[in-house]
Every structure is written in structure tokens, then in C-alpha cells.
Ligand binder design. Structure first.
Ligand code: F6P
Length: 552
């Protein structure tokens, strides 16, 4: 496994830049945001960056100009820009799988030239987008008829991980732009309840299944697709010819698609240089394109591309993904932050953080570097969060008064989406909450302030907020397909920056393999009572208990 991006063998923690940051952290001691703002009245204005429609405020971070300078020097020493350029050029920077990493090509303009193994991939990207558009239009217009001649009204995407989370999340985010006369469902869990609940009120004659799987070998997806096929045939009288009208596939694996029984003329292709968690702007987004239409889908791609270009060309001082990535590295290593909360103040972004969990945690949940050596530094954080203000009435207590450092990203929009109107001034109230939370987390409330309100002495500690909790606020004028693309690209590249600094391969996911292999081994023990060699005592007892409970 050759890899020229291992920094000539120098480990992150052996670099002078890392040592300089450690020293700086010591000097910073328990610097308070209150003090940092008092000492530097210009920081609120200076610590902002505009990328396309996204305005980022990072003034409420435990950093000074010197911190930022040292972090940028670390990025330079770790070759972040070189690795970025190699990615955009189509070099095989996913070294453990020997693959290029080219999700950026999925949103490149038609006339761009991006080569993998000497061949320009952009024409193929646009050919698939055009085929998707023609198909989406035919479903949206009612031209695509099912087996009985009736038009399609229900679209069910079957996929898991990157073949589910992207379209499922984006469908929620972009609901106001969807064709409301169509019903969309997303089935991922191998628990039969998922498919059952998704189809129980649907008419098979009007239902289209999109089986989405990069490999087309993922057991959950193939099992759900097999069950869906049965449900369809049962509902339509059993004629196999119905499959061609009611099933299409999205995959890189034509052979497996054909083996499953889907005509490959009804297959939308993507490529091994698109990672699953980076794939929803490929054909994996077909369900989304049917929902919002090809034009809106292209607007979303343009949003992605805008941030790609920003990441590729903006100077380090004004490079938003670089900055967000560096801040995460800073907190993980030097403040022992274990997690990162992403808290959107938009109901439409209800699944946004769930999507980011795969993007970030499957990418950077690694503990060996690109050369296979154990790392001695923090890598990817636990990413979590749900939309405000619901979280405020659930877990924000811990953010404010718990013992942990949890950096937060707040995401909000100045205007509600047009369709919503603004009954009872709800939007201002929503956004007032966002701004208030950032303020409270950063500046807290001192014991003196609490006492001055006449609070009894014994209650003062309970009502004191230590503050000093860092946050970024991302603000856009309004939600749109393009803004969604911009947001996702921002996080994709942030994850990239962190992986580059930590020296890990952000584009493989070997960590999910062991569980898959063991599940396949255990299944026959559950169904047939087969012996599983090497099963540990605890798991063997659970298997036994399961079989008893099932009456086997
Ligand atoms: O098991 C993890 C994973 O490989 C993810 O990386 C991927 O997004 C998901 O499974 C689904 O894979 P596929 O699209 O091949 O079905």
C-alpha cells in the first residue's frame, strides 16, 4: 500500500507545530471568552467568514489570533492543501482501498475536466444526471406507468447508510420544494417493521421502489428489496413483468443488479470513486430528484460546487472548511472534547445531524494513521444533536452546567421558507432562542451576577453558569436547495481537513466489517441452532435464550 501522503513518516505529535500548539494551550490556561472579548473588541467583526450564502461567526471560540495562526501552521505542516489538491485532481488518496475520492466531480460543471486513470469522468457524471432527469420528469409528469397502467404516486427508496441517509435527510430539508402530490418513504432497517410501516398504506400499482446500494451486496438492502419485490408481486397478481415497471436500481455493480432481477436499463450508475457517505449528489439522490425536480437538484449541486471552489481556492485565513476543521482539532486534543453538537434551528433540518454522523464518524472514527501506526491523538468526535428549540428542553442543561466541553454549531436562517408564512412571529422567536443559547453558552452568568439578583446564597452555585462553551453560528438568509448543498459541502471538507491533519484515511470504513461478518455467522445459530465455532460464552447464552423465547 504505497502512500505519498504520510508526511515522510513524521507523526503528528512529533511536529514542532503540534508542540507549539501544546505550549500555547498551556499559556492560554483558563482564558475566558468574557476576557477574550474584552481584550479584543474587534474579534466579533474579524472572526467571521462569508462563503456563498453562509455567514459563519466563530468569535465565540476559545482562540486568539495566535491560536489561529498556529493552527494554520499545523495545517501547512500536515500538507492539508497538498492532499486537498490531490483529491480534486483525482489521485487515489483513499490509500487503503486504492481509490480516488472524487465526490467533487459529481457537482462539477459540464465543461470541467477531471481525470481518473487518464479518463475524464465529467461527461459520464452528466450523462447519468441527464438520464436521472429524464426519468424523474417521466415519473413526475405521470408518463412512467406501473404494471396496471396507473401512474406512480409513491416512491420508496431502499438503501442504508450512505444510500439512505443523504436522500432521506435532503428530502426532509427540501420538503417545501417537493411535489406534494407524491409520497416518499425511505426504508433502511433490516427490521421488517421498517418496510411494513413504509408500504402498509400504499397501493402497489402506484408504487416505485428505488433500490440504492453502491455494492448491491449489502444484506439489509437486498433483504428489504427482496421483501418489497414479494409485496409488489403479491399485490399485482404475481406477474414477474411488474418488476421492470416498479423497480429501478442505483449502483456501481451492474452484475449484482442483474442478478437481483432488475433490468440494467433501469439502473442508474455511479462509480467506486464516490464514497457511500459522499454519494447523495450522485444517482443515489434519484428519489430526491423525483421529489424536487431536476432543476432544483441542479441548484443543489451548484451550491455544493460553490463551496468546493471556495475550499480549493480561498486563502487559509478565509477558508471556512479549513477553519472549522482546525477548531475541531484544537478542542479534541487540547480541551479533551469528546463530542461535537450540531444544533440546527430549523425543523426542516431534523435529520441533518443524523446525516453528519455518518459523514463524520464513519470518515474519521479511526485509530491508526495512513501508514497503519496507532495514533496517540484524538481523532473524530461523537457528532450529535437535534433541532433547537426542542433540545433546549432536553439536553441543553448538560451543555450549560455539565462538566464537559462540547463545541456547538448553531445553524439558522434569517427568513422562514416562503410557504410557511410567519404566523404569530414564530420565526423571530425561534432565532432569538438560537442567539440566546450562543450567548448563554459563551458568557454564562457569574456568581456575582446571580447574587446581585437577590438569589439566596445557598442557591447561587446552582444558578451560576460558568460559560466559556465555544460555538460557531452559521447563518443564511434562507433555506434553499443551493444552501443545503453549500452546508453539506462545508461539512464534507471540514471532515477532510481533520482527517488530513490527523493523518488518517477518511475514506475507508473497515470498522463496520467485523459486525457484518459475525452477524452472518450467528444467523444460522438463531434459525437452525447451528453451532458457531468460537462463540464467546455470553453471546452463546444470549443465542440460547433467544431460541428458547422463540420456542425453537
Ligand atoms: O457498512 C457501511 C457501508 O458500507 C457504508 O459505508 C455505506 O454507505 C453503507 O454501508 C451502504 O452500502 P451500499 O451502498 O453498498 O449498500
Amino acid at each position: 500500500m504505497s502512500d505519498k501522503h504520510t508526511h515522510g513518516g513524521t507523526r503528528l505529535d512529533q511536529t514542532p507545530e503540534w508542540a507549539a500548539l501544546a505550549k500555547h494551550r498551556e499559556e492560554l490556561g483558563d482564558a475566558q471568552l468574557r476576557g477574550l472579548f474584552a481584550d479584543d473588541p474587534g474579534r466579533a467583526e474579524r472572526y467571521t467568514v462569508q462563503v456563498g450564502d453562509l455567514y459563519l461567526d466563530y468569535a465565540k471560540h476559545l482562540v486568539t489570533d495566535e491560536t489561529l495562526q498556529l493552527l494554520r501552521e499545523l495545517a501547512r505542516a500536515r500538507g492539508v492543501a497538498e492532499l486537498r489538491d490531490a483529491m480534486f485532481r483525482g489521485e487515489k488518496i483513499n490509500n487503503t482501498e486504492d481509490r480516488a475520492v472524487l465526490h467533487t466531480a459529481l457537482r462539477a460543471p459540464r465543461d470541467a475536466v477531471i481525470e481518473v486513470d487518464g479518463a475524464n469522468v465529467v461527461p459520464a457524471v452528466h450523462a447519468v444526471l441527464d438520464r436521472m432527469a429524464a426519468f424523474a420528469d417521466s415519473v413526475r409528469s405521470g408518463l412512467w406507468a406501473g404494471q396496471t397502467g396507473r401512474r406512480i404516486r409513491n416512491i420508496v427508496n431502499i438503501g442504508i447508510g450512505g444510500s439512505d441517509l443523504g436522500p432521506a435527510m435532503a428530502y426532509e430539508v427540501l420538503r417545501p420544494w417537493t411535489d406534494r402530490s407524491l409520497t416518499f418513504r425511505f426504508v433502511s432497517n433490516v427490521d421488517g417493521a421498517d418496510l411494513h410501516e413504509a408500504v402498509r398504506d400504499l397501493d402497489p400499482a402506484e408504487t416505485l421502489f428505488i433500490v440504492s446500494s453502491k455494492t448491491f451486496t449489502t444484506i439489509e438492502t437486498i433483504t428489504n428489496a427482496t421483501a418489497a419485490r414479494q409485496w409488489l408481486l403479491d399485490g399485482l397478481g404475481g406477474a414477474e413483468s411488474a418488476v421492470a415497471k416498479h423497480f429501478v436500481a442505483v449502483s456501481t455493480n451492474a452484475a449484482e443488479v442483474a442478478k437481483f432481477g432488475i433490468d440494467t436499463t433501469n439502473m442508474f450508475e455511479f462509480w467506486d470513486w464516490v464514497g457511500g457517505r459522499y454519494s447523495y449528489d450522485s444517482a443515489i439522490g434519484l428519489s430526491l430528484m423525483i421529489a424536487i425536480g431536476p432543476e432544483r437538484f441542479r441548484e443543489m449541486l451548484a451550491g455544493f460546487h460553490l463551496v468546493d471552489e471556495h475550499f480549493r481556492t480561498a486563502p487559509p485565513e478565509a477558508n471556512a472548511p479549513l477553519l472549522l476543521g482546525l477548531l475541531g482539532v484544537w478542542y479534541g486534543q487540547f480541551f479533551d472534547a469528546q463530542s461535537h453538537a450540531v444544533l440546527p434551528y430549523s425543523h426542516y433540518l431534523s435529520r441533518f445531524t443524523a446525516y453528519l454522523q455518518q459523514l463524520d464518524m464513519e470518515s474519521n472514527g479511526k485509530s491508526v494513521d495512513r501508514a497503519g501506526r496507532p495514533v496517540d491523538w484524538q481523532t473524530g468526535p461523537v457528532v450529535w444533536g437535534t433541532p433547537g428549540t426542542n433540545g433546549q428542553h432536553a439536553y441543553y442543561q448538560l451543555l450549560h452546567q455539565g462538566t464537559k466541553t462540547i463545541p456547538v454549531d448553531f445553524i439558522g436562517f434569517a427568513r422562514p421558507v416562503a410557504e410557511l408564512g410567519d404566523l404569530a412571529g414564530q420565526h423571530d422567536l425561534l432565532m432569538a432562542n438560537l442567539f440566546a443559547q450562543g450567548q448563554a453558552l459563551a458568557f454564562g452568568k457569574t456568581a456575582e451576577e446571580v447574587a446581585a439578583e437577590g438569589v439566596p446564597a445557598e442557591q447561587v452555585p446552582h444558578r451560576t453558569f460558568r460559560g466559556n462553551h465555544p460555538s460557531t453560528t452559521i447563518l443564511a438568509a434562507e433555506l434553499s436547495p443551493s444552501v443545503l448543498g453549500q452546508l453539506i459541502a462545508l461539512y464534507e471538507h471540514k471532515v477532510f481537513v481533520q482527517g488530513a491533519i490527523w493523518g488518517i484515511d477518511s475514506f475507508d470504513q473497515w470498522g463496520v466489517e467485523l459486525g457484518k461478518v459475525l452477524a452472518r455467522r450467528i444467523e444460522p445459530a438463531l434459525t437452525e441452532g447451528a453451532d458457531v465455532p468460537g462463540l464467546d460464552a455470553s453471546t452463546a447464552a444470549l443465542v440460547g435464550r433467544y431460541r428458547t423465547l422463540r420456542g425453537r
